[in-house]
Design a protein around this ligand. Structure first.
Ligand SMILES: Nc1ncnc2c1ncn2[C@@H]1O[C@H](COP(=O)(O)OP(=O)(O)O)[C@@H](O)[C@H]1O
Ligand SMILES: [Mg+2]
Length: 301
């Protein structure tokens, strides 16, 4: 394999970036009625952008490729990622597109979200040039199911990345269309680490039994890490299947826990750490994320 130690970037993250508007203690909404939230937070969102931000804050040299609109929310994203030290040479601003936005309504530990995709879905494989990939060691893509233009091109992008000596990882996140396929398996076959949560792993495989679901996914991707909230993770790779418990912590808000887990895991993975070490770093990062509102707040300090 190509030697990649001397490359200037550890990880390129390609995917969606959008602000998350988080409204807390929201009662159930009803048409024709107005309710009050207790508080609101406008934070960096998007699985991919959160992973990129937190990777950089954990010391990995990170670049982000994504598409935003040339608007206030796009500038907000740029500022947040730049402040974390993320390389933005290939962040695209499309003049006539709107930056995507997710509004989360939270109540206790539960949350409901609605996303306007805007520029998010416009990301294409061609936005990730080979000359940029050749500067990094690993390519991560988050929120597979939201990246509608990228989905059919992703097998080729991952193949291109591997040819250039990079390893690959993928987080699918929730499928708002609830189809749970969209050609995912073609990409999994070219994926080194796949990061679904337990609900997603069950829906993709159609299997209730989580161990069976993890094993089944590990027949496609090389390593599968199933995230289980306060229960930690289940890791499947080849014949191996093991659990890593979560780190006990005071939970404030869980948006971005999974994306932060990815960051913790990958920060070690690119340094050649063992699977156990990667997963342990992942659960530490996930636990850190839930101590503050939003996916990156705890990593800004
Ligand atoms: N309540 C919690 N206490 C401690 N760690 C947590 C908690 N919730 C999440 N985490 C950590 O973050 C990881 C990812 O969170 P999870 O909710 O499973 O992912 P996602 O956000 O993708 O649904 C978990 O595997 C765990 O390590
Ligand atoms: Mg997730």
């Amino acid at each position: 394999m190509t030697k990649t130690e001397s490359r200037p970037l550890d990880v390129i993250v390609a995917g969606e970036a959008n602000p998350d508007l988080i409204l807390t203690s929201v009662p159930p909404l009803e048409l024709d009625q107005e309710k009050l939230a207790r508080d609101m937070y406008l934070v960096l969102g998007g699985s991919s952008a959160i992973t990129a931000h937190n990777l950089a804050r954990l010391g990995a040299r990170t670049g982000f490729v994504g598409v935003v609109g040339d608007d206030f929310l796009g500038r907000f994203i740029e500022e947040k990622l730049r402040a974390a030290g993320v390389d933005l040479s290939f962040l695209r601003k499309l003049p006539r597109a709107k930056t995507g936005l997710t509004v989360w309504h939270t109540r206790g530990r539960r949350r409901a979200g609605v996303t306007f995709l805007g520029a998010i879905a416009r990301l294409r494989a061609a936005h990730v040039p080979s000359r940029y990939l050749a500067r990094a060691r690993h390519l991560h893509v988050g929120a597979y199911f939201l990246l509608e233009n990228l989905q059919p091109e992703l097998p080729r992008l991952f193949r291109r990345a591997r040819r250039l000596g990079l390893t690959t990882s993928l987080d699918c996140n929730y499928d708002p269309r609830e189809q749970w396929d969209s050609g995912l398996h073609q990409t999994l076959a070219l994926t080194d680490v796949f990061f679904p949560n337990e609900d997603e792993a069950r829906r993709i495989t159609g299997l209730r039994d989580l161990r069976a679901a993890a094993r089944q996914l590990a027949r496609h991707a090389r390593i599968v890490v199933v995230k289980r909230g306060a229960r930690g993770v289940l890791v499947a790779a080849g014949d191996r299947l093991f659990r890593v418990p979560a780190v006990k912590t005071r939970v404030v808000e869980t948006t971005g826990a999974g994306d932060s887990f990815n960051a913790g895991f990958l920060a070690r993975f690119v340094r050649g750490a063992s699977l156990e070490e990667c997963a342990a770093a992942g659960v530490r990062a996930g636990a850190r994320a839930v101590t503050r509102v939003g996916g990156t707040t705890a990593f800004e300090e």
